[in-house]
Each structure stands twice: as structure tokens, then as C-alpha cells.
Design a protein around this ligand. Structure first.
Ligand code: CUA
Length: 181
């Protein structure tokens, strides 16, 4: 089969580019362990408030000292609107939506994830001391630009593990529900 020289150059060019793209993805995933910021965990978006995983939105710490922040996104707010976490400490964020797709973004940090109704988005990161703005970076409706929250990052020594998370729903926690401690 006769292939025109010009076409051959393009074929080789495309082959080289594709190899580079696949190789860079494979290296990032296998060598550097860079993966999408979440996992597949589903939730009934109509029953988020009643779900044991989100009955107590806010920050808590478990028996092993792991800090977790649970946040619910809705048009047009993040619940809770203020979070306080310790500096230089890994914090696992677990975020879900009660209605439409939102984008949870802690401005000027690597803390960011898409928030889809029906799924729990999760990522773990840590911060330097300071005040951070949390915005919604996924257009979600007329009040999109007002959907914001605040993250206070305080020195470890000044941080007190919340005894009771800011639970808006006075629902009793069943044993081992993973809520406020
Ligand atoms: Cu929520 Cu934009």
C-alpha cells in the first residue's frame, strides 16, 4: 500500500503524541499515585439530612485523631457555613449535594471537588494557618455567586475538637453512626 509521505509524517506524529499522553497518564497513576479526588460512594439526595453520614455536618475527630469535615451543598449555601480545622493536619472532606451539581472549592488550595447529587465526594488535604474562602465553582442557578463559606485554619494547639458538631437536625445518633463525638 502506498502511503503519501505527508500522510506518513502525520501518522507518526499522531502515534508519538498518543504514546506520550498515555504514558504520562500511566506514570501519574502508577508511579505518582495521582488519582481522581474521590471514590464511588452513593447517597439518596432526597434524604441527605436523614442519612447517618450527614446528620451532623461539620468537623469531628475520631478515636484515632483523624479529622473529618462533612459538608452539604444546596442552592445556595454550604452547610455549615463556617468550619474550623487544625493547621498542618490531614483533614478529610466529605461533601454531597441535596439538589444540583455544585463545585466545592477552597480558594488558593488544592482542596476542591465537584459535588454531585447522589454521590459523596471525598478528598484529604491539609492547610497552613489562615482564613480561606470556600466558593462554589460550578454554576448552579441564580444564587450561585452567593454560595460561599469560610474555613478557619488555626494552630493545632489552639484547635479544640468539637464536642458536638453543628447539627441542625436534632436526630439521635445510633451507635457507630460516625457522627459527632
Ligand atoms: Cu452551587 Cu454554584
Amino acid at each position: 500500500m502506498k502511503v503519501d509521505l505527508y500522510e506518513k509524517i502525520w501518522m507518526w506524529g499522531v502515534a508519538v503524541m498518543l504514546s506520550l499522553f498515555f504514558a504520562s497518564t500511566a506514570i501519574a497513576a502508577l508511579r505518582d499515585s495521582i488519582h481522581p479526588p474521590s471514590h464511588v460512594e452513593t447517597i439518596d439526595p432526597a434524604r441527605v439530612m436523614a442519612d447517618a453520614r450527614f446528620r451532623a455536618p461539620g468537623v469531628s475527630v475520631d478515636g484515632n485523631g483523624r479529622v473529618e469535615a462533612r459538608i452539604i451543598g444546596m442552592t445556595f449555601a454550604w452547610l455549615p457555613a463556617e468550619l474550623t480545622v487544625p493547621a498542618g493536619t490531614a483533614v478529610t472532606f466529605r461533601v454531597t449535594s441535596m439538589d444540583v451539581t455544585h463545585g466545592f472549592e477552597i480558594v488558593r488550595t488544592d482542596g476542591q471537588t465537584m459535588v454531585l447529587p447522589g454521590y459523596v465526594s471525598q478528598f484529604t488535604t491539609q492547610f497552613d494557618e489562615g482564613e480561606y474562602l470556600v466558593t462554589c465553582n460550578e454554576y448552579c442557578g441564580i444564587g450561585h455567586h452567593t454560595m460561599a463559606a469560610k474555613l478557619h485554619v488555626v494552630p493545632r494547639t489552639a484547635w479544640k475538637a468539637p464536642g458536638v458538631a453543628m447539627a441542625p437536625m436534632p436526630i439521635a445518633l445510633p451507635d457507630g453512626a460516625g457522627g459527632a463525638r
